[in-house]
Design a protein around this ligand. Sequence first.
Ligand code: 3PG
Length: 207
Amino acid sequence: QSQKTRALCELAPVIPVLVVGDATRAEGLATALVAGGLPVLEVTLRTPAALQVIGEMSKVPGGHVGAGTVLTPDDAKRAKDAGASFAVSPGATERLVRACEDIGLPLLPGAVTASEVMRAMEMGFSMLKFFPAEAAGGAKSLKSLAGPLPQVSFCPTGGVTLQNAPDYLALPNVICVGGSWIAPDADVAAGDWAAIESRARDARTLR
Ligand code: 3PG
Protein backbone atom coordinates (compact mmCIF):
# COMPACT_ATOMS: atom_id res chain seq x y z
CA GLN A 1 0.00 0.00 0.00
CA SER A 2 2.68 2.51 0.96
CA GLN A 3 5.56 1.43 -1.26
CA LYS A 4 4.84 3.96 -3.99
CA THR A 5 4.39 6.94 -1.67
CA ARG A 6 7.49 5.93 0.26
CA ALA A 7 9.52 5.85 -2.96
CA LEU A 8 8.22 9.32 -3.85
CA CYS A 9 9.05 10.65 -0.38
CA GLU A 10 12.59 9.36 -0.79
CA LEU A 11 13.19 11.46 -3.91
CA ALA A 12 13.76 14.78 -2.07
CA PRO A 13 13.83 16.09 1.51
CA VAL A 14 10.93 18.48 0.90
CA ILE A 15 7.58 18.20 -0.87
CA PRO A 16 6.42 21.72 -1.75
CA VAL A 17 2.77 22.23 -0.83
CA LEU A 18 1.28 24.41 -3.55
CA VAL A 19 -1.87 26.50 -3.43
CA VAL A 20 -2.19 27.85 -6.96
CA GLY A 21 -5.12 29.96 -8.08
CA ASP A 22 -3.99 30.65 -11.63
CA ALA A 23 -3.30 27.76 -13.99
CA THR A 24 -1.14 29.93 -16.23
CA ARG A 25 1.43 29.84 -13.41
CA ALA A 26 1.54 26.05 -13.25
CA GLU A 27 4.18 25.22 -15.84
CA GLY A 28 6.67 27.89 -14.74
CA LEU A 29 6.25 27.00 -11.09
CA ALA A 30 6.69 23.26 -11.58
CA THR A 31 9.67 23.82 -13.88
CA ALA A 32 11.39 26.01 -11.26
CA LEU A 33 10.81 23.48 -8.47
CA VAL A 34 12.06 20.53 -10.52
CA ALA A 35 15.10 22.57 -11.62
CA GLY A 36 15.79 23.41 -7.98
CA GLY A 37 15.86 19.72 -7.10
CA LEU A 38 12.37 19.19 -5.68
CA PRO A 39 10.57 16.93 -8.18
CA VAL A 40 7.67 15.77 -5.97
CA LEU A 41 4.90 18.38 -5.85
CA GLU A 42 1.63 18.51 -3.90
CA VAL A 43 -1.05 20.69 -5.46
CA THR A 44 -3.81 21.30 -2.93
CA LEU A 45 -7.39 20.97 -4.17
CA ARG A 46 -8.25 24.27 -2.53
CA THR A 47 -8.58 26.51 -5.53
CA PRO A 48 -10.98 26.26 -8.48
CA ALA A 49 -7.92 26.01 -10.75
CA ALA A 50 -6.27 23.13 -8.87
CA LEU A 51 -7.25 20.32 -11.26
CA GLN A 52 -6.11 22.32 -14.26
CA VAL A 53 -2.88 23.15 -12.41
CA ILE A 54 -2.30 19.42 -11.83
CA GLY A 55 -2.88 18.77 -15.53
CA GLU A 56 -0.39 21.44 -16.60
CA MET A 57 2.23 20.48 -14.04
CA SER A 58 2.07 16.79 -14.86
CA LYS A 59 3.41 17.62 -18.35
CA VAL A 60 6.63 19.03 -16.87
CA PRO A 61 9.46 16.52 -17.40
CA GLY A 62 11.00 15.08 -14.25
CA GLY A 63 8.13 16.04 -11.97
CA HIS A 64 5.82 13.85 -9.89
CA VAL A 65 2.61 15.74 -9.30
CA GLY A 66 0.13 14.78 -6.63
CA ALA A 67 -3.09 16.25 -5.33
CA GLY A 68 -3.32 17.48 -1.76
CA THR A 69 -6.33 18.08 0.47
CA VAL A 70 -7.97 14.95 -0.97
CA LEU A 71 -10.92 14.36 1.36
CA THR A 72 -13.45 12.25 -0.53
CA PRO A 73 -13.61 9.47 -3.15
CA ASP A 74 -14.78 12.09 -5.62
CA ASP A 75 -11.71 14.26 -4.91
CA ALA A 76 -9.50 11.23 -5.54
CA LYS A 77 -11.17 10.42 -8.83
CA ARG A 78 -11.05 14.00 -10.09
CA ALA A 79 -7.38 14.26 -9.10
CA LYS A 80 -6.49 11.03 -10.90
CA ASP A 81 -8.43 12.07 -14.00
CA ALA A 82 -6.58 15.41 -14.00
CA GLY A 83 -3.23 13.60 -14.07
CA ALA A 84 -2.23 13.33 -10.42
CA SER A 85 0.13 10.44 -9.74
CA PHE A 86 -0.54 10.36 -5.99
CA ALA A 87 -2.88 11.84 -3.39
CA VAL A 88 -2.27 13.42 0.01
CA SER A 89 -4.94 13.71 2.68
CA PRO A 90 -4.86 15.43 6.07
CA GLY A 91 -6.44 12.29 7.55
CA ALA A 92 -7.64 8.83 6.59
CA THR A 93 -11.11 7.40 6.24
CA GLU A 94 -12.01 3.90 5.08
CA ARG A 95 -14.05 5.32 2.23
CA LEU A 96 -11.18 7.40 0.94
CA VAL A 97 -8.63 4.61 1.37
CA ARG A 98 -10.84 2.15 -0.51
CA ALA A 99 -11.53 4.63 -3.32
CA CYS A 100 -7.82 5.29 -3.84
CA GLU A 101 -7.15 1.55 -3.92
CA ASP A 102 -9.96 1.00 -6.41
CA ILE A 103 -8.63 3.58 -8.87
CA GLY A 104 -4.95 2.79 -8.29
CA LEU A 105 -4.00 6.17 -6.85
CA PRO A 106 -1.23 5.93 -4.21
CA LEU A 107 -2.36 7.72 -1.04
CA LEU A 108 -0.32 9.46 1.64
CA PRO A 109 -2.86 9.74 4.47
CA GLY A 110 -2.50 11.83 7.61
CA ALA A 111 -2.26 10.63 11.20
CA VAL A 112 -1.16 12.18 14.48
CA THR A 113 -2.09 10.00 17.44
CA ALA A 114 -0.94 6.45 18.17
CA SER A 115 -4.47 5.17 17.52
CA GLU A 116 -4.66 6.94 14.18
CA VAL A 117 -1.28 5.55 13.20
CA MET A 118 -2.30 2.02 14.28
CA ARG A 119 -5.55 2.26 12.34
CA ALA A 120 -3.61 3.35 9.25
CA MET A 121 -1.24 0.41 9.77
CA GLU A 122 -4.24 -1.93 9.85
CA MET A 123 -5.30 -0.47 6.52
CA GLY A 124 -1.88 -1.31 5.09
CA PHE A 125 0.01 1.97 5.43
CA SER A 126 3.56 2.36 6.67
CA MET A 127 4.17 5.81 5.15
CA LEU A 128 2.02 8.61 6.60
CA LYS A 129 1.70 12.36 6.67
CA PHE A 130 2.01 13.82 10.17
CA PHE A 131 -0.39 16.75 10.14
CA PRO A 132 -0.56 19.43 11.54
CA ALA A 133 3.05 18.83 12.46
CA GLU A 134 4.02 21.86 14.53
CA ALA A 135 0.63 22.26 16.20
CA ALA A 136 0.57 18.55 17.07
CA GLY A 137 3.79 18.74 19.04
CA GLY A 138 6.39 18.91 16.30
CA ALA A 139 9.54 16.84 16.16
CA LYS A 140 9.19 15.94 19.83
CA SER A 141 5.87 14.17 19.21
CA LEU A 142 7.16 12.35 16.18
CA LYS A 143 10.22 11.21 18.08
CA SER A 144 7.93 9.77 20.75
CA LEU A 145 5.93 7.81 18.17
CA ALA A 146 9.14 6.18 16.89
CA GLY A 147 9.48 4.32 20.20
CA PRO A 148 6.37 2.10 20.06
CA LEU A 149 5.75 2.43 16.30
CA PRO A 150 9.18 2.29 14.64
CA GLN A 151 7.87 0.56 11.51
CA VAL A 152 6.00 3.66 10.36
CA SER A 153 7.64 6.59 8.53
CA PHE A 154 6.29 10.10 8.23
CA CYS A 155 6.20 13.22 6.12
CA PRO A 156 5.49 15.98 8.68
CA THR A 157 3.57 18.92 7.21
CA GLY A 158 1.99 22.03 8.70
CA GLY A 159 4.15 24.78 10.13
CA VAL A 160 7.36 23.28 8.78
CA THR A 161 9.98 25.84 7.73
CA LEU A 162 13.55 25.92 6.48
CA GLN A 163 14.54 26.57 10.10
CA ASN A 164 12.73 23.68 11.82
CA ALA A 165 12.92 21.16 8.96
CA PRO A 166 16.35 19.82 10.09
CA ASP A 167 14.87 18.81 13.48
CA TYR A 168 12.33 16.63 11.68
CA LEU A 169 14.71 15.25 9.08
CA ALA A 170 17.12 14.15 11.80
CA LEU A 171 14.53 11.70 13.16
CA PRO A 172 14.74 8.03 12.10
CA ASN A 173 11.01 7.93 11.30
CA VAL A 174 10.98 10.98 9.00
CA ILE A 175 11.72 10.57 5.30
CA CYS A 176 10.80 14.03 4.05
CA VAL A 177 8.80 17.08 5.11
CA GLY A 178 6.09 19.05 3.33
CA GLY A 179 5.68 22.80 3.33
CA SER A 180 4.30 25.82 1.57
CA TRP A 181 7.24 28.08 2.39
CA ILE A 182 9.05 27.08 -0.81
CA ALA A 183 6.50 28.78 -3.05
CA PRO A 184 4.83 31.74 -1.32
CA ASP A 185 1.77 33.29 -2.96
CA ALA A 186 3.54 36.56 -3.75
CA ASP A 187 6.33 34.85 -5.71
CA VAL A 188 3.88 32.62 -7.57
CA ALA A 189 1.67 35.60 -8.46
CA ALA A 190 4.69 37.58 -9.64
CA GLY A 191 6.11 34.62 -11.54
CA ASP A 192 9.37 35.01 -9.65
CA TRP A 193 10.68 31.58 -10.65
CA ALA A 194 14.29 32.47 -9.78
CA ALA A 195 13.34 33.10 -6.14
CA ILE A 196 11.37 29.85 -5.98
CA GLU A 197 14.14 27.83 -7.63
CA SER A 198 16.63 29.29 -5.17
CA ARG A 199 14.43 28.34 -2.21
CA ALA A 200 14.09 24.85 -3.66
CA ARG A 201 17.89 24.57 -3.88
CA ASP A 202 18.22 25.57 -0.21
CA ALA A 203 15.61 22.96 0.70
CA ARG A 204 17.33 20.32 -1.39
CA THR A 205 20.49 20.64 0.73
CA LEU A 206 18.53 19.86 3.91
CA ARG A 207 19.53 16.23 3.52
C1 3PG B 1 -1.30 22.31 4.12
O1 3PG B 1 -1.95 21.35 3.72
O2 3PG B 1 -1.68 23.48 4.15
C2 3PG B 1 0.07 21.99 4.55
O3 3PG B 1 0.03 21.38 5.76
C3 3PG B 1 0.98 23.16 4.47
O4 3PG B 1 1.25 23.70 5.70
P1 3PG B 1 2.20 24.99 5.79
O5 3PG B 1 1.53 26.07 5.01
O6 3PG B 1 2.28 25.28 7.26
O7 3PG B 1 3.53 24.60 5.20
